[in-house]
Design a protein around this ligand. Structure first.
Ligand code: SF4
Ligand code: FE
Length: 486
């Protein structure tokens, strides 16, 4: 079975007996947990879309490894067209879910590990790449969700991993055995971890030789003994249990802390073990891919928010006001600028030595740096158009109350041809995306996901080749190497 349906995906998770904790309780049946389910629904959309004939070219691809048709989320990019298709697919799924659908992290990790293990073997004579390709066959054949796990807790940021008061604040190998290694540590901010079959662990930053034990990349099943998953809170997350007040009727995201308490990993699932020089390369490539991703997924959610703001303007009778039209156009401009960046870094992608294509890293970092800002402005404009009712609207239960429901229905109506319920639902959606649990995915994740803004600025400084720009200026100013003498 190379392509699962959404229902088959949900059923497949039931046999992954991972240990999940939510609000202080260990949850046996995490698949049906009402706080998890919206995120599972969103991840399941990555399967649903691959079943639709209209999206076959976008959501599936011919595997370069097996020749089978696979879900694009398990595919290695074979040309710039694959990179562009990825961004378009992510936009489509952002539009369909209005939230983070979680599966891109694994796709980005698979692509990054592929090219880095190839180059690692070439440089050092190791044998990681064939192992990794075997693992990829396993993932593609079963159409698995892989959680790409990069971010370590990092403790005192001034100190290197081995200098920390607690050596486990960065994930590390604690034991090397004949048949594999043992890892201990934690990964934080793990998008969609509960909905994953597999965890693909990567190092969190560049490392010095002294920290070789921290240069670890490996894959573990999500229910490996010693692995614990603790779901993080989101603002107003209990709204997910509250019908209309939830805002997003079916979908949501989640992040979790993963704890690996001496987890055993057989050698065939180890893809980096002590080679510090390639740890930094892996981080840079994964980050590049994920910074590209945001030029798709956040744009799709932006489309939803623009649509919600326009709908509210129509429900309230303000849609023809020139300042409202200006604001909607401004939102479109910002949103499409993000998309343009996602497409540009994809179209400019180049082949790595393994044959897998990599985005243009400079443009991918520009993409993500814009993503750290523009969704906030789009959200501000949506709140401006929505008006104060966005945060003063009574609950659905008040609307159902016999004493006040009728009054609320009467007095909170906008333009007569739209129902009060329509207006309330749309207000709740904007609330969800800009203040509620959806704002985790649309705003805070835009800021910090795939690296905080400073990480992108550092990459721009490294990749921009500012010296060559100085030489261009010097030449036109009439001096410098190609100008002749003054
Ligand atoms: Fe995918 Fe976007 Fe969620 Fe990252 S934030 S996993 S790119 S949907
Ligand atoms: Fe993310």
């Amino acid at each position: 079975m190379t392509l699962m349906t959404a229902d088959e995906y949900v059923a497949s998770l039931r046999s992954v007996r991972k240990r999940v904790f939510v609000l202080g309780e260990e949850v046996g049946d995490y698949v049906d947990h009402p706080l998890i389910r919206p995120s599972l629904n969103a991840c399941a959309e990555t399967y649903a879309v691959a079943q639709e004939p209209a999206y076959e070219a976008l959501a599936t691809a011919r595997s370069s490894v097996t020749g089978e048709r696979v879900n694009r989320f398990t595919h290695l990019h074979q040309d710039p067209g694959d990179l562009v298709a990825k961004v378009k697919l992510l936009r489509l799924l952002g539009q369909r879910t209005g939230c983070c659908f979680q599966r891109c992290v694994g796709m980005d990790a698979l692509n990054a590990v592929d090219s880095v293990t190839f180059e690692l073997d070439r440089d050092l004579g190791t044998g990681y790449h064939a192992r990794f390709r075997e693992y990829l066959r396993h993932v593609q054949a079963r159409d698995l969700v892989v959680d790409g796990a990069m971010t370590d807790p990092k403790g005192n940021r001034r100190l290197a991993p081995g200098e920390q008061a607690d050596p486990d604040l960065f994930l590390r190998m604690t034991e090397r055995r004949a048949d594999g290694m043992v890892v201990r540590g934690a990964k934080v901010h793990q998008t969609g971890a509960v909905n994953a079959h597999e965890i693909l662990i990567m190092p969190t930053q560049s490392l010095a030789e002294a920290d070789a034990a921290y240069a670890v990349a490996c894959a573990v099943p999500a229910d490996a003994p010693g692995l614990l998953c603790v779901v993080g809170r989101q603002p107003s997350d209990s709204r997910k249990l509250e019908g209309v007040d939830a805002g997003n009727a079916r979908f949501g995201g989640h992040e979790a802390v993963i704890i690996l308490d001496d987890v055993f990993v057989p050698w065939e699932r180890v893809f980096l073990c002590g080679e510090v020089r390639h740890a930094g390369l892996l981080v840079e490539r994964f980050a590049g891919y994920h910074r590209q991703s945001y030029g798709g997924c956040k744009v799709g959610v932006g489309d939803v928010l623009i649509g919600a703001a326009q709908a509210l303007a129509e429900y309230q009778g303000t849609e023809k006001a020139s300042h409202i039209r200006d604001k909607i156009i401004e939102m479109v401009h910002l949103n499409e600028t993000l998309f343009a960046c996602g497409i540009a870094c994809s179209a400019q992608g180049t082949a790595t030595a393994s044959g897998t294509y990599l985005v243009d890293l400079l443009l991918a970092n520009v993409c993500k740096l814009n993503v750290t800002r523009f969704p906030y402005e789009i959200a501000r404009l949506a709140q401006d158009i929505a008006g104060g009712l966005l945060v003063t609207l009574p609950s659905e239960r008040d609307f159902q109350h016999p004493a006040v429901g009728g009054y609320l229905e009467k007095y909170l109506r906008g333009v007569a041809r739209y129902s009060t319920e329509q207006r309330c639902r749309m207000l709740r959606l904007v609330e969800n995306l800009t203040i509620g649990p959806g704002a985790v995915g649309y705003l805070t994740e835009s800021l910090h996901g795939a690296g905080s803004p400073q990480a992108q600025r550092i990459m721009l400084g490294r990749l921009a080749d500012i010296g060559s720009k100085v030489r261009l200026a010097e030449r036109l100013a009439g001096y410098g190497e190609t100008s002749g003498s003054l």
